[in-house]
Design a protein around this ligand. Sequence first.
Ligand SMILES: [Zn+2]
Length: 353
Amino acid sequence: MNGKKRLGWLALALCTLGTLALTALPGEPAAVPAMKLEPAALLVRPGELFLDGVRIPELRTSPDGSRTYAPAAEVLAALDPDFWAGEELEYQALSSEGRDWLWLEDFCRRHGIASYTEGPPGPIWCTSAAGDWSPPEGYRAPILMYHGVGDDTWTTPELFVRTQELEEQLRWLLEEGWTPVWFSNLKHADQIPKPVLLCFDDGWSDNYTQLFPLLQKYRVKATLLIVAGTVGWSERVLSWEQLREMQDSGLVELQCHSLYHSDLDSLDRAQQEEELCWSKLELMRHLGRIPYVIAYPRGRENADTLAICREEYRFGLKMGGPVYVTGADPLTICRIGIPRGLSLEEFAARLEA
Ligand SMILES: [Zn+2]
C-alpha cells in the first residue's frame, strides 16, 4: 500500500473536544463529536497505553508500523480534565472495526503531551503535565518542604513534623483561604486563590500512616518525592502498593527524588544520568505516569544536573530560599522548610514572608 492511499484513508477529521470544566472529575468521559470517517485497515499493536495514568489496553498500528492509534473515546476520557480545562483539543482519527481511532503520535505532538515508549511490544506512557507547558508568570505559590510525620523520629528529629502540628497547619491553610495544589495545577495559577504546594521528601512509610489520613480528612492535595531505588526496602519506606493506593485517591501526586539519594554534584555526568533517568523510568513503570518534578537530594546540583533535568523534567526543587513566584527559573525552585516544633505563628510568618 502506498503513502497516498494511507493518507486517503486518514479522514483528517479535525475534531474538537468540547470545553472541559475545571471541576470535572478525572476520567470523566468527554463528548466526541459525531463524524463520518473512511474505513481503514489497522493492525493490532501489542502493549498498552497509560494516558495521564489511565490504562488503555487496546492499540492499533498502521500497516507499516509508523503510526500508533488508540480508541478516540478512551483517549479523550483519560485526559486530565483539570490540566486541559477550557482548552480545545484537535485530533486526527480514522475508522476501523466500527470505532474511531486517534493518531497518537500526532495528538501528543500537537498538544505538547510527553510520550515515552518501551515498545513495541512494551507499553506507551503519555502524561500531559510532563509535556511542553509553563505556568502563567508572576503568581506567588509557596512550596512547603516536609519529610516525615509523627513521633517515631528514627533519624534527625527536626525532619519529623508532629501529626497534630501538621493537622493544625492544614486547618490554618484552609481557614485562611489557601488552595493546596500540585505542580500541574499551576498551569492555571491565574485562576487559583492563594495556591500552596505541600511537598514530602524521601517516601517514608509514615507518609502513609500519618499524613495520608489527614489528606483524606481535609481533602488536601500533596506531592510526595520518591527515592525510586529504595521503594519497599524496609518498613521505614513506602511500598509500591502504598504509593499506588495514595495516587489512586486523587490526593497525592508522586514525583522523583533520584534513584538512591546521592549528592548529584559529587557524581560525574553518566552517574547523574543514572540517578535522574533510571529513577524516572522506574516510577513510570510502577505508577503509569511520567514524573515531571525532581527534588535534588539535599538540594545539591551542578551544571550537569541542570542540563540533564532540562531535558527530563519540568520543575527542579532545591531547599530553602524565598517564596516561589511562577516564571522564576523552573529548575532551581526554592522551598520553605517546615521543621518539627514550629508554632502556628512562625508557620504563618514563613508563608507570608
Ligand atoms: Zn531527601
